[in-house]
Design a protein around this ligand. Structure first.
Ligand code: CMC
Length: 434
């Protein structure tokens, strides 16, 4: 991990005393106050619900400038990666810190192929889920179950890291496709060593013995791009969950499973499903754009503009720009006309000129357009967040590994301000009021 630079001190005045804390800077000029001894020095803790101002780690992996709309993985801009690389190259980049050369990529791709099957006994697990089980519930359970089938390897040996990473990346895709096949009562499809990562996923999702299934290169290209857009996003909710669980010494599979559960929520990765459900509702109920905007602004109405707003981006989410273009390209090339896209474009236009959204700097986020693209590919709505999870996996792994090697890290354990009853005595049961 790269060193930070000390750039000065910050002073805190409290109860007639002045405390001094070092200020340090990262490679892109972001600054932080090192306040680990705050409680010990002053008796105070830092109250920051939602951790909007809390730096939980120093990281080399991903840089975001939310004001300028910049996102880079290991220094490479997201638009360049999305255009010029495959998802597997980006996964390698996130985990190893550099793009693979040809022999590294060939080796990694071979490993991905070799590790793509899941234990036959695990396939039986799928059979016991109810038909309408959400694939995210199945996926999180299956990923943690991997820990009982595949022993934990020595993650300080480069080759064993590669093996575990390949195992997880490869198997998550098999598990995801199997959960879909199971949910529609269709026969499971095995991975094929002749197909690339994304081709394999599509084939396991859509191949059936009774009809011809041709893997469409446009879909492959678009899915690669969407996975790259999702591959990492520094200390978001699910990555922080992976780090927090990992900080207790829990194994990689268990930590990733926690990340999958955190991702599922509609304020996080579950937003891609929620966006399509919202657009469908607008379409079905014939809601006007004005009504949607008015409802989204009304604090007494639970309706929110899903796919809008972000904790970090206070300008257009750079991933949303790429996702919107990819969406239009896919629909145009496949000759699909989707009325939901028209609604989304109108919603965006109206929101971006509405004072409420402008004042609060609410722009479309990555989830606003991805669902429409996935729909055009034939991916069912309840699988959208699963695709996000496949995409986010290399980021989660990279953070888990980085944390493990970070000497500053301790078990994650926030504090609280207690507001419950002060000490009291137990009243005998016969004397307690009815
Ligand atoms: N629709 C209407 N109002 C909104 C929206 C929205 N989508 N998002 C934020 N606001 C309002 C919010 O009510 C608040 O208003 P006020 O200042 O009057 O109380 C203000 O904007 C600030 O919002 P916040 O809730 O304090 O922002 P946050 O940083 O805590 O939450 C968010 C960020 C992404 C959870 C939120 O914007 C949201 O719920 N968006 C919709 C869900 C969504 O699209 N999530 C995907 C996020 S991107 C992908 C990912 O992370 O997985």
């Amino acid at each position: 991990m790269h060193e930070v630079k000390e750039v000065g001190t910050a002073e805190l005045k409290y109860a007639d005393k002045t405390y001094s804390y070092p200020v340090f800077e990262g490679s892109e000029g972001e600054r932080a106050i090192r306040m680990g001894s705050l409680r010990q020095d002053t008796g105070l803790i830092n109250y920051d619900p939602g951790y909007g101002n809390t730096g939980s780690c120093i990281s080399d992996i991903t840089f975001i400038d939310g004001e300028k709309g910049i996102l880079r993985y290991r220094g490479y801009p997201i638009d360049v990666l999305a255009n010029d690389c495959t998802f597997i190259e980006v996964a390698y980049l996130l985990v190893h810190g550099h793009l693979p050369n040809q022999s590294q990529l060939t080796h990694f791709s071979r490993l991905l192929n070799r590790k793509s099957l899941i234990h036959e006994d695990m396939r039986n697990f799928f059979k016991n889920y109810p038909e309408d089980a959400h694939p995210m519930a199945i996926l999180s359970a299956m990923v943690v179950s991997l820990s009982s089938f595949y022993r934990e390897l020595n993650m300080s040996v480069e080759e064993e890291i590669d093996l575990t990473v390949a195992r997880l990346l490869s198997k998550i895709r098999t598990l995801a496709a199997l959960s879909y096949k199971q949910s529609i009562g269709a026969p499971h499809v095995y991975p094929s060593s002749k197909l690339t990562y994304v081709e394999n996923f599509l084939n396991m999702m859509f191949y059936t013995p009774v009809a011809n299934y041709e893997i469409d290169p446009i879909t492959v290209r678009a899915l690669n791009k969407l996975l790259i857009l999702h591959a990492d996003h520094e200390q978001n909710c699910s990555t922080s969950a992976v780090r927090l669980v990992g900080s207790s010494g829990a194994n990689l599979y268990a930590s990733i499973s926690a990340g999958i559960c955190a991702l599922w929520g509609p304020l996080h990765g579950g937003a891609n499903q929620a966006v399509i459900e919202m657009l469908e509702q607008i379409h079905r109920e014939g809601m006007t754009i004005d009504t949607c905007i008015a409802r989204a602004k009304d604090k007494d109405d639970p309706f929110r503009l899903m796919g809008f707003g972000h904790r970090v981006y206070k300008s257009y989410d750079p991933r949303a720009k790429i996702a919107k273009k990819a969406c239009e390209d896919v629909l145009n090339t496949l000759g699909i006309k989707d009325e939901l896209l028209d609604i989304a474009v109108q919603l965006e236009e109206r929101a971006l000129s509405d004072e409420y959204f402008v004042e609060r700097k609410l722009y479309p986020n990555v989830d606003f357009y991805t669902g429409i693209t996935l729909r055009a590919m034939g991916i069912p709505t309840n699988m959208f967040t699963v695709i996000f999870a496949i995409g986010r996996l290399p980021g989660w792994i990279a953070h888990w590994l980085e944390q493990r090697d970070d000497k500053d890290q301790r078990i994650g354990r926030p504090r609280q301000i207690y507001t419950g009853p002060v000490k009291r005595e137990i009243v005998p049961i016969e004397d307690r009021p009815e």
